[in-house]
Design a protein around this ligand. Structure first.
Ligand SMILES: C[S@@+](CC[C@H](N)C(=O)[O-])C[C@H]1O[C@@H](n2cnc3c(N)ncnc32)[C@H](O)[C@@H]1O
Length: 292
């Protein structure tokens, strides 16, 4: 397949705005005028493949063609940024495994529960949910617990890679040699995650703005949503954070990327200061002497 580096079609400002609004309504990703060239370049290939003369025709296709939903789903593969790697943001992961998990174990055990559900929202090629599984597998107190880690993303292409679970060097920039030996085995030209880790993880397609599908997820104890909401504008961030709040169990935790915060977005969470990091928590009405 030939892959041209420069766009084959030019996009007017009007066309840019129509397409940008259409993409935003679908997935919350906000392209400003400076990124017109990116849209032009990435969508040019679709015009060529669909044999459409202008971006206006392509907009019409996205709005009215009977394949419009499939097309919107497909272009997520070229419009999303999927950068990720194992053991990303180590200080936060340390807070997760050394401080948050022991607290959750105590709280859940006191309520007679021995199960843990964790959602990696915007999991890209899977390094994040597998990292979570690796960390949990080293905690002896969790032996005999039912552990479920759900990795979801809007791009089918990255989910395919996540299910395959085979990785090359760029995924290991923050991985210790001992962890590589412990959790992976050589496969083709890379390393494959061991079955004992993969068994803990389910990979599914989910658009964070698809509220109907979100309700089917059920309650979770912890949400990892790192380096995802940076691509959204404020109203979109608010909508997604509101969804996390309803999906989280009382006292559950929300882990964002290190450059992300809930400032001016939500006051529904408490910012907890742990030794290793600061983490958002949904207030626990039970402990606060509230409704139960
Ligand atoms: C930069 S990656 C972050 C990966 C991982 N969380 C990390 O921090 O290493 C952002 C991911 O969010 C996904 N994403 C963006 N918008 C989304 C949406 N509306 N619903 C679900 N996933 C989305 C992208 O497809 C991409 O894979």
């Amino acid at each position: 397949m030939s892959f041209s580096l420069s766009p084959t079609h030019s996009m007017s400002e009007d066309e840019f705005q129509l397409l940008r609004d259409c993409i935003y309504a679908h997935c919350g990703i906000h392209f400003d005028l400076d990124s017109k060239y990116i849209l032009e370049k990435r969508l040019s290939l679709r015009l060529r493949d669909l044999d459409l003369p202008t971006f206006y025709d392509y907009y019409h296709y996205l709005k009215y063609n009977r394949n419009k939903e499939q097309e919107l789903m497909d272009i997520m593969d070229v419009l999303t940024t999927n950068e990720t790697y194992f053991f990303r943001e180590l200080f936060q992961l340390k807070a997760f495994s050394d401080e948050i998990i022991p607290e959750l174990i105590k709280r859940k055990a006191a309520r007679g529960s021995r199960s843990l559900r964790i959602w990696s929202a915007g999991c890209s090629t899977g390094e994040e949910p597998y990292t979570i599984a690796m960390l949990l597998s080293t905690i002896p107190e969790l032996s005999g617990w039912k552990i479920e880690i759900i990795g979801t993303d809007i791009s089918q292409k990255v989910l395919h890679q996540a299910r395959r679970a085979v990785y090359g060097t760029s995924s290991f920039r923050s991985t210790e040699e001992s962890d590589l030996r412990r959790f992976f085995h050589k496969h083709d030209n890379g390393y494959k995650v061991n079955d004992s880790i993969r068994e803990l993880v389910t990979i599914s397609h989910l658009n964070l703005f698809d509220t109907n599908r979100l309700t089917m997820l059920g309650k979770v104890d912890l949400v990892f949503c790192r380096n995802v909401i940076i691509y959204f504008d404020k109203p979109a961030k608010k909508r997604v954070i509101e969804s996390f709040h309803s999906v989280l169990d009382d006292g559950g935790f929300l882990l964002l990327g290190h450059s992300e915060s809930l400032m001016n977005i939500s006051t529904q969470f408490t910012l907890r200061h742990f030794k290793n990091d600061m983490i958002y928590q949904k207030p626990d009405c039970f402990l606060a002497g509230g409704r139960r």
